[in-house]
Design a protein around this ligand. Structure first.
Ligand SMILES: *Cc1c(COP(=O)(O)O)cnc(C)c1O
Length: 361
């Protein structure tokens, strides 16, 4: 079968040698490279055997993250996907059901992980901008009994990636968590871009995830670290998470090298997320002026737009831009431009001009 042009049918490839390297990389906030200062912090890290509990830098990161997220404990993991998979495995038993939005990362982008790793199915809810309403959740909850699957978990994604980087408001998050807990379900927050939400909403991360039994933050999404994510929850939850980390091969050795990059990111790369949001808004304004382009108003650092009204598809636009060393991504047929710490306001202006030149032809 031939791959389609949606990013969800994506297979990693080596760079095409006929194309220039990316000069302006709006493909994803995962594409950031560690800065010289971050690398210096990594070089200076005090390290030990993480699996054995001996790495002081990993402990420092976990303690800091537990405090930042308002939870009892935290564990360092290689990726956000592993945070989701381990959390789901702790919360769910085979045959259980998870309630999540139909565009959630656990549904669209973890290669069936919930089904395969936990034996848990997903009841996928609809809703605008990657979010579902309290009414939709109430309607999805089935009575406990011997007929329906046992519902174990409600999952939300902050910010909602395919929802356009939308921010779940704190009031809705609290209401969703209360409904879930009243029905005896646990709550999990995929906080890949939780700090973007906190900065955009002017609410602390701990307040946003207060109703959630587990939550994680990705350090490779806009915070600029080369790898790592931290999963937090109660001490009992993290004890269970550690068992699955060990079983799945997520226990590490001198991981303080990477934890040091995450600590550096917390000190230097959180407040500046506001710059990425301003750059995203500027890009959206410029794109909205091109006839035939439909732009979703960005709330954080993701700008989704549909250029098909110009007669040029998102995939064709992305291919043309790549010839000039400008990268964007294509998700579900829409174009996505993502701002991050390696993208300046001048680069955004230049990218907008290049997009206009292609679409106006
Ligand atoms: C990127 C992402 C993940 C997975 O994180 P990785 O660190 O890439 O494994 C999960 N959820 C959301 C919303 C994401 O954007």
């Amino acid at each position: 079968m031939v791959a389609t042009d949606t990013a969800l049918a994506y297979t990693p490839r080596r760079p095409d040698p006929r194309l220039p390297p990316p000069r302006i990389n709006l493909y994803s906030d995962t594409q950031t490279k560690p800065s010289p200062a971050m690398k210096a912090a990594m070089m200076a890290a005090e390290v030990g055997d993480e699996q054995h509990g001996d790495d002081p830098t990993v402990w420092a990161l976990c303690d800091r993250m537990a405090a930042l997220l308002g939870k009892e404990a935290a564990v360092f993991l290689p990726s956000g996907t592993m945070c989701n998979q381990i959390a789901i495995r702790v919360h769910c038993r085979p045959g259980d059901e998870i309630i999540a939005h139909e565009t959630a990362h656990i549904v669209t982008s973890e290669h069936g992980g919930p089904w395969a790793n936990a034996g848990a199915g997903v009841r996928a809810l609809k809703g605008e901008r990657g979010m579902f309403s309290a009414e939709a959740l109430r309607a999805a909850i089935t009575p406990k009994g011997r007929y329906a699957a046992n519902q174990a978990l409600v999952e939300v994604e902050q910010t909602a990636n395919i929802g356009g980087g939308a921010v779940w408001p704190k009031a809705l998050l609290d209401e969703i968590a209360a409904i879930a807990h009243d029905a005896g379900l646990a709550t999990h927050m995929d906080g890949a871009r939780l700090m973007n939400a906190a900065v955009a909403a002017g609410v602390t991360a701990a307040e946003l995830c207060a109703g959630y039994d587990s939550v994680w933050l990705d350090f490779t999404k806009g915070l600029g670290a080369p790898l790592g994510a931290v999963l937090a929850g109660s001490a009992a939850f993290i004890d269970q998470a550690w068992r699955w980390k060990q079983r799945m091969g997520g226990s590490m050795r001198q991981a303080g090298i990477c934890a040091a990059a995450c600590l550096y990111a917390l000190d230097h790369n959180v407040a500046r997320l506001a710059d990425d949001h301003a750059n995203a808004k500027a890009l959206a304004r410029a794109l909205a002026q091109i006839e035939g382009v439909a732009v979703q108003e960005p709330e954080t650092n993701l700008v989704f737009f549909d250029p098909s009204g110009t007669g040029i598809s998102a995939a064709a636009l992305a291919a043309k831009l790549a010839e000039q060393g400008i990268w964007i991504s294509v998700l579900n047929g829409r174009a996505r431009a993502c701002t991050h710490l390696d993208v300046t306001a001048a680069m955004v202006e230049e990218a907008a001009a290049a997009i206009r030149a292609i679409l106006a032809r």
